[in-house]
Design a protein around this ligand. Structure first.
Ligand code: FEO
Length: 409
């Protein structure tokens, strides 16, 4: 029998860790695993907030039983319908046939679509409340963070926000569940990777949600992934991080992402990076798109304000890994970046033209002429590469566009 894990009076953690799955959404690597968080409020009435991935339902039900014994669950609050959180709803309804399922108009349709559930469903409007006894649930609709039905549930008596995926992160909960039991800094990189890859396209709805919640006093954030944030400095940190990322603000630093078949294009990347370093930039990350996972590149692009992309011409197009990266960045509506590019070719110059088209259709600031190399590096090409690195460094240190950069030495 599990020992009930009470995170604050009446509120219990009943989530699970996944150290098995290789790819989240069958796309994103999970080197440190992931947790699916669910919470149970045991009051005069009982309410479960979200469920867990169906693979972990046995464990999940054991944890619920450790808190409630034979007591029924009165309400399931569905903050988010994505199956990593809704996957156990079908089994839950079988075990607790009288449970009332609480969501909004979008949730109602998805409950029917995914699970054929049409009965015992309560539809809430923005800011509606549900009283459990000593605790009240208030519902904040936060559409498109990052699905249409996403909402957050607030308990004013505990100043606790159940935030769905917002403020969540990859990484399992090893031992502790509260931030005070863990080392929060360990989650920072994975939180940025989570945000930029999963939520990154939806900066504007995230901003809307943050504004909506800005006057709400918060002493605990219970996300569906990662630690429960209870310490004020950590709450300020994760809310601030979401605020900056969703406004596409970034730190002073440079990502150079390139494709290279035989190393010629890579040598251009090296020259540009060396010159940027010589001119004061310390945070420089080179990503070979054929080796780095796209999720790591996207994380770093969301972290740093400078971006330079290089590609050889391949079958009269961009190198495939570069093409895929550009598509991912377009999809995430990337903006507020200093941008440069370089291309190489043997007999037909196509990659630089396509990189030019990419930047023309974007909200990125092109800082210098592109560097284009035919076959191998000539002195004049090397000079242009160094010039690109130097100009990018000056731009980053001046912080003239987007959010101000700071010298990082
Ligand atoms: Fe963790 Fe959007 O699901």
């Amino acid at each position: 029998m599990y020992k009930p894990l009470e995170i604050t009076k009446d509120i219990f953690y009943v989530g699970v860790n996944d150290r098995t799955k290789q790819l989240f959404e069958n796309l994103w690597p999970l080197p440190y695993g992931v947790s699916y968080n669910s919470y149970l409020i045991s009051d005069h009435k009982t309410a479960l907030i979200d469920t867990v991935d169906e693979c972990y339902s046995d464990l999940f039900f054991q944890k619920i039983a450790a808190v409630l014994g034979d007591k029924p669950i009165d309400y399931l609050i569905v903050n988010h319908m994505e199956p990593d959180h809704s996957g156990s709803i079908g089994l839950l309804v079988t075990r607790y046939p009288d449970i009332q399922i609480v969501g909004n108009r979008h949730t109602v349709k998805m409950l029917e679509g995914f699970y054929g559930i049409t009965k015992h469903v309560l539809k809430m409007e923005d800011l509606d409340t549900l009283h459990l006894g000593q605790n009240t649930l208030q519902f904040y609709l936060t559409p498109m963070v990052h699905w249409p039905e996403t909402m957050m549930t607030y308990v004013p008596e505990k100043k606790t926000l159940f935030s769905a995926d917002a403020f969540g992160t990859f990484g399992t909960l090893d031992g502790g569940v509260l931030d005070s039991q863990l080392i929060p800094a360990r989650y920072r990189s994975e939180m940025i990777r989570y945000y930029s890859n999963i939520v990154g396209k939806f900066g504007s709805p995230v901003q809307t949600a943050l504004k909506k919640l800005s006057a709400v006093p918060i002493e605990a954030i219970c996300s569906t992934h990662g630690p429960v944030w209870t310490q004020q400095e950590n709450i300020a940190e994760v809310v601030g991080l979401y605020d900056r990322l969703s406004r596409y603000e970034a730190e002073c630093g440079l990502v150079i992402a390139y494709g290279s078949m035989y190393g010629h294009t890579e040598q251009l990347a090296e020259r540009i990076a060396a010159e940027a370093a010589e001119n004061g930039i310390r945070n420089i990350v080179l990503h070979n798109v054929s080796k780095s996972h796209a999720s790591d590149i996207i994380r770093d692009v969301f972290t740093y304000q400078g971006l330079i992309i290089g590609s050889p011409t391949y079958n009269n197009k961009l190198f495939p890994g570069v093409e895929s990266l550009l598509s991912a960045l377009q999809n995430r509506l990337l903006k507020n970046r200093f941008f440069g590019y370089f291309g190489s070719f043997t007999w037909a110059d196509a990659s630089a033209k396509q990189l030019a088209a990419f930047v023309e259709g974007s909200e990125l600031e092109l800082v210098a002429e592109p560097v284009i190399m035919k076959q191998a590096m000539l002195d004049e090409v090397e000079d242009k590469a160094r010039a690109l690195g130097r100009i990018m460094a000056c731009k980053l240190l001046s912080g003239a566009a987007g959010s101000p950069g700071k010298k990082t030495d």
